[in-house]
Ligand binder design. Structure first.
Ligand SMILES: [Zn+2]
Length: 272
């Protein structure tokens, strides 16, 4: 059995907006070829704290990344490090804060933008620094990394939902239409990656409110989806179940067949 995983972490992808506007993912759920869970996100509903909570399975009060302004390497076991130490190949097409958390901090926009280095936690990294960097360019970069390096773990982290939500607010055509756009651009890639044997997760780090803000505790700011697509095509449809952001890291490592560090105290999701 192939043990590979891709995490699509769509920045500021709200649960309700994803469910209402991402029709290909909805189709997969409707036909029970995917599973949909709801995540009531960790706090604070800010990006860098959530990147770290998701990749370490450790809450921000313990991992110390409690604000976007904390610029340093992660000091916790995390998906990238555990996978690399187990001899797996890691990759990411992601915002540069990921490079700062798991490769090098602070970020050098020239030296760190494209890396291929087995010694780094993110071995094949492609990073961007502008919030308006087009998602479709990033999706193609991720698709290239898959074809070229067949990574065991790939993170795809587009910023488009966050950019449109912060610019226009969440109750706007711009934010909602961007969910439709992401779904349509992702659909053929999800088909290709599933055929290549990947288990694929689609989620968000936090939501966003009508003011274009996040960081707080309301459902709009913290509820995100967790879609699961398995290579065997089996899903449970809409499960109605709640899971934690902190389950993502042990779940990914479980799919990869990598030992789960003791710091990840949440149980991984187990799939058929
Ligand atoms: Zn974010």
């Amino acid at each position: 059995m192939i043990k590979k995983a891709i995490l699509v972490l769509s920045d500021a992808l709200r649960y309700d907006v994803a469910k209402a506007n991402m029709g290909y993912l909805g189709h997969m759920v409707e036909y029970k070829k995917a599973s949909l869970y709801k995540i009531v996100g960790e706090l604070p509903s800010m990006s860098r704290p959530m990147y770290e909570a998701i990749h370490t399975g450790v809450p921000s009060s313990e991992n110390g990344v409690v604000a976007n302004s904390i610029v340093r390497l992660s000091n916790q076991p995390n998906i990238f490090r555990s996978a690399r130490e187990a001899g797996k190949v890691t990759a990411a097409a992601a915002y540069y804060w990921y490079s700062e958390l798991y490769n090098r901090a602070p970020y050098d926009p020239i030296d760190d933008r494209e890396v291929n280095d087995k010694k780094l936690n993110i071995q094949h990294g492609r990073f961007y620094t502008q919030d308006e960097y087009p998602d479709t360019e990033l999706f193609n970069t991720a698709a290239y990394l898959v074809r070229k390096y067949s990574p065991d773990y790939l993170l795809l982290h587009p910023m488009g939902m966050d950019y449109h939500g912060e610019t226009y607010g969440s109750d706007t055509k711009e934010y909602r239409n961007h969910a439709i756009y992401q779904d349509a651009k992702l659909a053929p890639l999800l088909v290709e990656w599933r055929e290549r044997g990947y288990t694929i997760f689609v989620t968000g780090d936090h939501g966003i409110n009508a003011d274009g803000g996040h960081g707080g505790t309301t459902p709009e700011q913290r509820e995100v989806p967790f879609f699961v697509i398995q290579p065997n095509g089996m899903g449970r449809g809409e499960t109605g179940e709640f899971i934690s952001h902190l389950q993502i890291a042990p779940t990914v490592l479980s799919v990869l067949g990598v030992p789960i560090p003791k710091t990840m105290i949440h149980k991984p999701l187990i799939f058929q």
